[in-house]
Ligand binder design. Structure first.
Ligand code: NAD
Length: 341
């Protein structure tokens, strides 16, 4: 940890304005003392804001609350926000930074596996509304991302498994070798984190504003986001994406893109991560397809899906990288997955 705080210190010494550290209550309980020591020793002018944990915090209400605090304390555009936490904190703080006084800098310090391999990378920031996940947001890259694996030591197992879903996603959409590596019980997590981060950066580097290719990062997420929203965020992002990957791989097979044998391999790997036993939510009761109508990839209110045609490759659909799928097919695929859990 000492090395991490030394590097961070060097970075924030360059900042002229106020430094605002934002984290949730869980992280404050775990790392508050460490931060207090760091702030004392750094001698820099810090403001600390602590928010309630959970997806509900990614809201307009909390965004406004943070903005009012910053305005009250006279924070200027020359300041910098530090987002210390999981995807909820980095998405929210990144979005505050994107619009506060027409844009200021932020540093992302992800503390969850999802944050390290996905949420903190690529500059997508957002909040949720009653109309769905991430419905209001901006593209705004952090000034710096610091990945310190040591923070994972305190991360509950359930949250680690959620991160695994996003890593499997990279294997499915981009990197077959990664998918094969994940099948080995001996894989080295630090290498996998680095590799995942590089894949995301490579894809985002080719299409920052998601005009085409970047959509492939949404594989598993059309279903996943609908499940999160319908469950009122009782189902975590990672678990919802885990289910979404199974359903969207099944759709890829139903529509003739993905061979059956590959579908079997995907089920084996995802089911080995043991999220399945906990996934007791009844998808049939909810009209998921209607929830998906607000999905950002949608066209004329019809949800569009990213599909894979091999492990490690997405179908191009004339470089749109997503396509409309009939409601019956989607529902059949959901039923197929539910029967196998
Ligand atoms: N912007 C993007 O590109 C992108 C990509 C993927 C996911 N996301 C978003 O990320 C969010 C999900 O992120 P998440 O899974 O990190 O959830 P999260 O931020 O809610 O964190 C999960 C839980 O773990 C706790 N926690 C975090 N770090 C901890 C640590 N080191 N030790 C102990 N507890 C810790 C948090 O307090 C929280 O209770 C969703 O809102 C999703 O939409 C965004």
């Amino acid at each position: 940890m000492e090395r991490f705080f030394n590097i961070l210190c060097k970075e924030i010494q360059k900042i002229e304005g106020s430094i605002v550290l934002i984290m949730d209550e869980h992280l404050a309980a775990l790392y508050g003392n460490l931060w207090e020591d760091f702030i004392r020793h750094s001698g820099l002018p810090f403001v600390t804001l602590i928010l309630p944990p959970g997806e509900g915090t990614k809201s307009r209400k909390t965004k406004e609350k943070i903005e009012n605090e910053l305005l009250k304390r006279g924070v200027g555009r020359d300041g910098c926000l530090i987002a210390f936490g999981g995807g909820v904190i980095t998405d929210l703080v990144g979005f505050v930074a994107a619009t506060y006084k027409r844009g200021m800098e932020y540093i992302a310090i992800p503390t969850t596996l999802i944050g390290m391999v996905d949420a903190a990378i690529g500059g997508k920031t957002a909040i949720n509304t009653a109309f769905g996940k991430n419905t209001i947001g901006a593209f705004h890259l952090p000034r710096k991302i610091f990945i310190e694996e040591k923070f994972l030591d305190t991360l509950p197992l359930k949250e680690r498994k959620g991160g695994f879903s996003e890593i499997v996603k990279y294997g499915l959409i981009w990197d077959k070798e990664l998918f094969l590596e994940l099948q080995k019980p001996t894989f080295v997590l630090s290498e996998i984190i680095l590799r995942s981060k590089k894949i995301k950066e490579e894809i985002v580097g080719k299409d920052f504003q998601e005009r085409g290719l970047r959509r492939i990062l949404n594989f598993g997420h059309t279903i996943g986001h609908a499940i999160e929203a319908s469950s009122r965020y009782k189902i975590s992002h990672g678990a919802a994406v885990w289910f979404g990957l199974l359903v969207e791989s099944t759709i890829s097979n139903y529509l003739g893109y993905l061979k059956r044998e590959f579908l079997g391999e995907i089920f084996n790997l995802l089911q080995s991560s043991m999220l399945s036993q906990k996934f007791s939510w009844n998808c049939k009761e909810k009209n998921l397809y209607e929830v998906m109508e607000n999905d950002k990839k949608g066209k004329n209110s019809l949800p569009r899906f990213v599909l894979i045609d091999q492990i490690g490759r997405c179908a191009s659909f004339d470089e749109e990288y997503c396509t409309i799928v009939k409601k019956e097919i989607v529902e059949e695929a959901i039923e197929f997955v539910v029967q196998r859990l």
